[in-house]
Ligand binder design. Structure first.
Ligand code: ADP
Ligand code: MG
Length: 339
C-alpha cells in the first residue's frame, strides 16, 4: 500500500501556525511593535484603521533590513535573534521564534518598506497569502514600515469571529500600552482612524505611566524598590484608596516583557491585606528583572505566560516588598478612608 503521510506545503503550515500566533488585530500589533523594539527603534508609530480590521501599520526608525532579509523575514523559523538552542536561556530580545511575520503574511495582505541607515536605497516587498507578489528597490526612509491589510481575508471563519470595532480596538490599545509601558525610553505614537490618540515621549517609568493613564495617576503611585540575589523589583503600586471595583490597571513586566501571572498577582494582593475595601482590586505596575536563565518564556507562542525557577521565593519577596512600600509611605488603613 502506498503511504498516506505527506509534508504540508509551507503556505498551509504557515496558516496553521498563524492560528496560534494571530488571534485578532491586537496580536499583529503586538508582534510588529515588538519587532520594532528589537530593531532598536527610538520612535515607533502605530497607525490603525477600523480597529485594525482594515489597516495596521507600524513604522519604526530602527536598524532596517537589507534586500535579502526583507524577503527572508517572511519565512517560517527565520530569525536574526537566536541561532542555537542555548540562546533561549539568555534572551535579550522580545522575539526569537521567527514565526510572527510568516504567520501574518499567510493570512493578510502585507507590505514592507525597509532601509538600513548605511544603504542608499531601500526595499519594498508585497506579500499576500505567503506569496511574494513583488520586491523592488525603493526610496524609503531609514527604518522599517509594515502595513498589514485585510486580516484573515482567506480565513472567513476567523474574520467572522472578530468582535465589534470597540472590543477589538480595546485589545489593540491594551497591547500598545503594554509595550509602551515596558519601554519608557522609546517614543510611541498611536494614530487611530486619522487622529492622534497617544504621543508618548521617551521618559522614565513614572512619567510614562502618567502619560498613558492621565495626570491624576501621579499622586496615586507609591514607589516599590528591592534588589535581592535572585530578583530586582521596581515600579509602583497604587495607594489602596484608589483600588478599583473592576480589575484595575495591573501590570507585571519581566525583563521588559508584559506577562500574566495569577500567582504573582496573588502575592501583590496579599501585601494589601487589611488595606482594601471588600471587592476592590489594587492597581500596580511592577517591573521585575531576573537572570534570563531563571525563566522560561517559551511556553506559549504569545509569550505572556512564563515559568520561573523559584516561584515560591519570588512570591515571598514580592509580597514583602510591596508590603514594605505601602508601610513606608504610611498608607492609611481601611478605617481611615471610610470616615
Ligand atoms: P522573530 O521576531 O521571532 O525573530 P519575526 O517573524 O517577528 O520573528 O521576524 C523575523 C525577522 O525579521 C526578525 O528576526 C528580524 O531580523 C526581522 N525584522 C522583523 N521586523 C523588523 C523590523 N521592524 N526592523 C528590522 N528587522 C525586522
Ligand atoms: Mg518578532
Amino acid at each position: 500500500m502506498s503511504s498516506i503521510i505527506r509534508l504540508l506545503p509551507d503556505h498551509v503550515a504557515n496558516q496553521i501556525a498563524a492560528g496560534e500566533v494571530v488571534q485578532r488585530p491586537a496580536s499583529v500589533v503586538k508582534e510588529l511593535l515588538e519587532n520594532a523594539v528589537d530593531a532598536g527603534a527610538t520612535v515607533i508609530k502605530l497607525v490603525i484603521k477600523d480597529a485594525g480590521k482594515t489597516l495596521i501599520q507600524v513604522i519604526d526608525n530602527g536598524k532596517g533590513m537589507n534586500e535579502t532579509d526583507a524577503r527572508l523575514c517572511f519565512e517560517r523559523h527565520a530569525t536574526s535573534k537566536i541561532s542555537i538552542a542555548e540562546d533561549l536561556f539568555k534572551l535579550q530580545t522580545k522575539g526569537f521564534r521567527g514565526e510572527a511575520l510568516a504567520s501574518i503574511a499567510a493570512i493578510a495582505h502585507v507590505e514592507l518598506k525597509t532601509k538600513q541607515a548605511d544603504a542608499e536605497l531601500g526595499t519594498h516587498v508585497i506579500i499576500e497569502g505567503s506569496k511574494i507578489v513583488s520586491q523592488e528597490v525603493a526610496v524609503v526612509p531609514d527604518g522599517t514600515s509594515f502595513i498589514v491589510k485585510n486580516l484573515f481575508y482567506n480565513i472567513p471563519a476567523r474574520r467572522n469571529f472578530l468582535k465589534s470595532d470597540t472590543v477589538e480596538f480595546r485589545h489593540v490599545i491594551d497591547e500598545f500600552e503594554r509595550v509602551a509601558l515596558a519601554h519608557n525610553n522609546i517614543q510611541f505614537v498611536l494614530i487611530n482612524n486619522g487622529s492622534e490618540m497617544f504621543n508618548l515621549p521617551a521618559s522614565n517609568y513614572r512619567q510614562r505611566i502618567v502619560n498613558v493613564f492621565g495626570g491624576k495617576t501621579n499622586e496615586k503611585l507609591v514607589p516599590v524598590q528591592e534588589t535581592t540575589e535572585i530578583i530586582e523589583i521596581q515600579g509602583f503600586v497604587a495607594k489602596p484608596e484608589y483600588a478599583k471595583k473592576s480589575r484595575g490597571e495591573q501590570f507585571f513586566f519581566v525583563n521588559d516583557r508584559f506577562i500574566k501571572s495569577g500567582y504573582l498577582h496573588h502575592a501583590v494582593t496579599a501585601a494589601f491585606e487589611g488595606l482594601l475595601k471588600e471587592g476592590t482590586h489594587p492597581s500596580y505596575f511592577l517591573y521585575l528583572t531576573l537572570p534570563p536563565n531563571s525563566i522560561d518564556i517559551n511556553i506559549h507562542p504569545t509569550k505572556t505566560e512564563i515559568k520561573f525557577d523559584d516561584e515560591h521565593a519570588l512570591y515571598a519577596i514580592l509580597r514583602a516588598t510591596v508590603k514594605h512600600s505601602l508601610g513606608q509611605f504610611q498608607v492609611s488603613p481601611v478605617l481611615d478612608f471610610q470616615r
